[in-house]
Design a protein around this ligand. Structure first.
Ligand SMILES: [Mn+2]
Length: 250
């Protein structure tokens, strides 16, 4: 893992947690004007796509999502920062001991028919995902968010935080980890775009925005366009998984 810095004059489309929702992803990319790697229709957009991570688990077709996103990354049209679910799938692919739960069991089943080299390709792809991405020295994309002092740094603490969020033992009213204390501490000029915690609607708070609108849980898949700051969403075609706690308001 590393920090990925990029400059884009053409603009940027940041996409929330996909979790195997291939139909909604294809629909959203088409709506944003991106050509799909299957070669149909429009010329490629100059805009760069950044995924906030968690491409896999819980949803209907994780292999298809990896094929599409990997192809876009190979063509240098996209970047994906690493989410906790991607990380765990990588560890499973590496033959390490991980608990097979929270949708990983579905990804494993869906990946069964894949050729060995394809699974290897997914493993290497996840291994190459950065901890966070900094665009035009202004927008920071990190799966679970980031503390200000972590921006443009890469060490064990940064990796853990950007994938899993706060792990200081604080819990919310549902007894689950309180993942978003950092948004109150954010003070730099950076705009921070993240996912990880499903919200009913994506709203700016203190120069940060959570764009995980819970597609796999029957919400929607959302993109933030930069510099326009428009939010574009497509509704989930169905509820693919159920949640342990309700969506946060924002
Ligand atoms: Mn996550």
């Amino acid at each position: 893992m590393s920090v990925f810095r990029l400059h884009s004059n053409a603009g940027l489309d940041v996409i929330g947690d996909v979790h195997g929702c291939i139909d909604e992803l294809i629909e959203l990319l088409a709506l944003l004007g991106h050509a799909l790697p299957d070669g149909v229709s429009r010329p490629p957009s100059e805009r760069v796509v950044v995924f906030v991570g968690d491409l896999c688990d819980r949803g209907p077709d994780t292999p298809a999502v990896f094929r599409l996103v990997q192809a876009m990354c190979d063509e240098q049209r996209a970047v994906c920062v690493r989410g906790n679910h991607d990380h765990k799938l990588m560890r499973w692919l590496q033959g390490r001991k991980v608990s097979i739960a929270q949708g990983l069991e579905l990804s494993i089943k869906q990946m069964e028919p894949m050729e060995e080299h394809e699974r290897q390709g997914v493993m290497e792809f996840i291994d190459s995902m950065p901890t966070h991405c900094i665009v035009n020295d202004n927008v920071v994309i990190a799966h679970a968010g980031i503390e200000d002092w972590m921006i443009d740094r890469d060490d064990t603490a940064v990796r853990a935080f950007t994938m899993f969020g706060t792990t200081d033992g604080e819990v919310d009213e549902f007894g689950l980890p309180n993942r978003r204390e950092w948004i109150h501490r954010h003070e730099t000029e950076h705009r921070i775009v993240y996912g990880h915690t499903p919200v009913l609607s994506a709203e700016w708070f203190n120069n940060t925005i959570d764009i995980d609108t819970g597609c796999v849980f029957g919400g929607s898949l959302t993109a933030l366009r930069y510099p326009e700051m428009d939010l574009i969403s497509v509704p989930a075609r169905m509820t693919y998984a159920t949640r342990r706690r309700p969506f946060m308001d924002f």
